[in-house]
Design a protein around this ligand. Structure first.
Ligand SMILES: [Zn+2]
Length: 709
């Protein structure tokens, strides 16, 4: 989200003059990796170039152990070892494909509007429950925060705008009565978060509060007439049309529409569906008279996921008109280069654009138009492999400021806006649904464990805006009633839907994507799968099955990119083979109650250096980014600001080590799990997972000077 009210910036002004046409495959170590293994050439994405040293080490390990096997050999061997055969996975034409559109069941009938159904689909969140662990802690903090928000205060500016009295104490921050973005959280993200929390945790009180807010917003919408619903006056849209200064009216409208749609989808609130359709009608009425060129100018102002929510509304209702209105929000200037595989992202505001790609993904699914898939896939590849940091986050000062692969100059106090991580993870789910490739979930895990966990304050559920990656700074969190930033909103949603990606499935197989203590009820199969793990303290996970009757099924376990070795046991018996990193290990057999799968995933230290400067290095252990942890900061420093004050930086000494030997400067602390110490440095430092640093200064990227002696 643009942080400041300077929304009139036209992205065309900052497009790079010379788009780079890339031939990117030979640059990726992923290609070399695949060739070494003798398998099909396939691009293995994300930060690959940055992981080169560590991957090489892993490569040696693989070649020593499994040199003569291809991935296909691995899979076949493993399946045979499991006493069964591989079942070809078919593309299924049957809905539902995603909770977002899993709503078209009415009167017991299902009508799918998906022209391209996902090959693998998530389970409805109500079928997955979190067990104890870091995700549960984050979810509970979020839940506590959502419970602290009184509906009357949330409704205040909506009521005032609709001409109703309100004596509630106004909220602050971006919900302040004079803030041009007011309503985005109170009538939008809040509803989505309540709906998602109900779906994933069964929280009836939040559902009730959500229903209350919907009913009251309904009165406001009726009073405003014409379907318009907002906490700010309709003349903001006159300013938008006339290209006068205004923050981001459609961005706010998108949040409200998405919140209402979520209340329908997850809580069955029919009034919410009626209201969002009225808003769509109003949007059609506003955009309809504008010429194509005029609308393209309007799209220079941040507009969130208007295309996505209108597409989803079409999927839910079957009214094609909404899809037509959705595509009025296609920004040609942004989509065209992506469709031609040109990275012209330099100069763009990041979180303005990721939601547009999510909309493109939905257009592809709903229309079958391959161009939209090209846009989404190329964009994802480019952002993940060329423009993302070790945490999985992207953006610096909310923008992409450089050519692809140039990040060493992009370390600051306002790197990696949290909304960008949220939206990239959301986009990843679509790509995984089309093609269940482990690289998408490798990225998802990286971003979840390093950027999302650790940016919600476990004590009170407040959220961060940026995750600073410049060395020597600290994390800042919004105040509970005086922030309501964009990232407060996406954070409120994120930690309410941590159950949505752990497992996916198709008709005859289960995908275990993430190692998170949880329980799955696969109602249609009469199966319960319990995943017990203390991951990442525990280097692996255990699955136990309860089956109403013996059931033939493939269980696909993600073998992450970072694994160093690894093994699996079924009912205590070790299998003689394993799968390669960044793939799925398929176990096909007839599963019965009491069956147990124990997956061991050894972690090791590895280095993620800057793509354009190998002497700027971050240390990782398995999936975890490690951070040097320094002195504690005060409460005053922690709360209130978007970011730490630039210049108020702790000077961290450079590392002196053999830069060609990754991890030469760090070793595990034998006494404490997931704790590491620098080796042979004049200033000793302790490193822990970044997601555990909350109230201390930290260092993620270190300058490593080569030891010449
Ligand atoms: Zn944000």
């Amino acid at each position: 989200m643009w942080k400041r009210a300077s929304c009139s910036r036209d992205s065309r002004e900052v497009y790079p003059a010379l788009p780079l046409l890339k031939s990117d495959l030979p640059r990726t170590l992923g290609l070399e990796h695949e060739i070494c293994l003798g398998t099909e050439v396939k691009r293995s994405v994300y930060n690959i170039h940055r992981q080169a040293p560590s991957i090489y080490i892993m490569e040696e390990t693989i070649m020593t152990r499994f040199g003569e096997f291809s991935r296909r050999h691995f899979m076949t061997t493993v399946a045979a070892a499991a006493g069964s055969t591989l079942i070809p996975r078919t593309l299924l034409a049957t809905p539902p494909q995603d909770p977002v559109v899993n709503t078209t069941q009415k009167d017991g009938k299902f009508v799918s509007r998906e022209r391209v159904p996902w090959k693998v689909r998530p389970f409805p969140m109500k079928q997955v429950r979190l067990g104890d662990g870091p995700c549960k802690v984050a979810m509970e903090a979020d839940r506590q925060y959502l419970h602290s928000l009184p509906p009357d205060r949330l409704l205040h500016t909506f009521r005032i705008n609709a001409g109703f009295p309100s004596s509630a104490e106004p909220l602050g921050g971006w919900e302040k009565p004079d803030c041009e973005l007011r309503g985005h959280y109170a009538g939008g993200h809040y509803l989505s978060a309540c709906a998602l929390m109900y779906a994933s945790a069964g929280d009836e009180d939040l559902k009730k509060n959500g229903n209350t807010v919907v009913a009251e917003l309904g009165k406001c919408q009726s009073a405003l007439k014409s379907g318009y619903l907002s906490a700010f006056p309709i003349d903001f849209f006159d300013r938008l049309r006339e290209r006068q200064r205004v923050w981001a009216p459609f961005y706010t409208i998108h949040k409200i529409m998405a919140g209402l749609l979520d209340m329908y989808i997850y809580c069955g609130n029919e009034q919410a569906l009626d209201m969002v359709q009225k808003m769509a009608g109003w949007t059609a009425g506003y955009t309809g008279p504008l010429s194509y060129e005029h609308m393209q100018r309007v799209l220079s102002t941040e507009y969130g996921g208007m295309g996505e929510v209108l597409s989803n509304l079409y999927a839910v209702t079957g009214r094609e008109y909404y899809l037509e209105v959705a595509q009025r929000f296609d920004k040609k200037q942004f989509f065209d280069p992506l469709a031609s595989h040109r990275d012209e992202l330099k100069g763009l505001h990041v979180n303005t654009h990721i939601p547009q790609v999510i909309a493109a993904a939905r257009y592809y699914e709903l229309t079958g138009d391959r161009r939209y898939r090209d846009i989404a896939e190329y964009f994802w590849d480019e952002v993940v492999s060329e423009r993302s940091y070790c945490t999985g986050g992207t953006s610096n000062g909310e923008s992409w400021n450089t050519d692809p692969g140039k990040l060493s100059t992009e370390l600051s106090t306002n790197t990696t806006e949290c909304c960008c991580a949220y939206n990239m993870m959301k986009l990843s789910r679509h790509l995984f649904g089309w093609s269940p490739d482990a690289r998408f979930m490798d990225y998802y895990e990286r971003t979840l464990f390093n950027h999302r966990l650790g940016t919600i304050n476990p004590e009170d559920g407040t959220m961060m805006y940026y995750l600073p990656l410049a060395t020597g700074y600290w994390k800042t969190f919004g105040k509970p009633f005086d922030a309501f930033w964009c990232c407060t909103g996406t954070g409120s949603e994120e930690y309410a839907k941590l159950t949505d990606t752990i497992y996916f499935h198709d008709d005859d197989s289960l995908y275990v994507n993430l190692f998170i203590d949880s329980q799955l009820e696969w109602t249609e199969k009469g199966l319960q799968v319990k995943q017990e793990t203390r991951f990442p303290e525990e280097q692996g996970t255990t699955l136990s099955v309860v089956a109403k009757s013996p059931t033939k099924l493939s269980i696909n376990l993600r073998i992450p990119y970072w694994v160093q070795g690894g093994s699996v046991k079924i009912n205590g018996a070790p299998l003689s083979a394993f799968a390669s990193p960044s793939s799925y290990l398929t176990l096909t057999r007839i599963w019965k109650t009491g069956d147990k799968v124990e997956l061991s995933l050894p972690m090791g230290l590895h280095i993620d250096s800057m793509p354009d400067d190998e002497t700027i290095q971050a240390a990782m252990y398995g999936p975890l980014v490690l951070a040097g942890r320094f002195d504690a900061v005060t409460k005053e420093m922690t709360y209130g600001d978007y970011e730490p004050k630039p210049g108020d930086q702790k000077k961290v000494q450079d590392i002196v080590a053999d830069a060609s030997r990754p991890t030469a400067w760090i070793e595990p602390d034998p006494k404490q799990p997931l704790t590491f110490n620098t080796v042979g440095q004049s200033q000793a430092a302790t490193l822990v997972p970044l997601n555990r640093v909350i109230h201390e200064r930290y260092a993620v990227y270190w300058k490593v000077n080569n030891k010449t002696t």
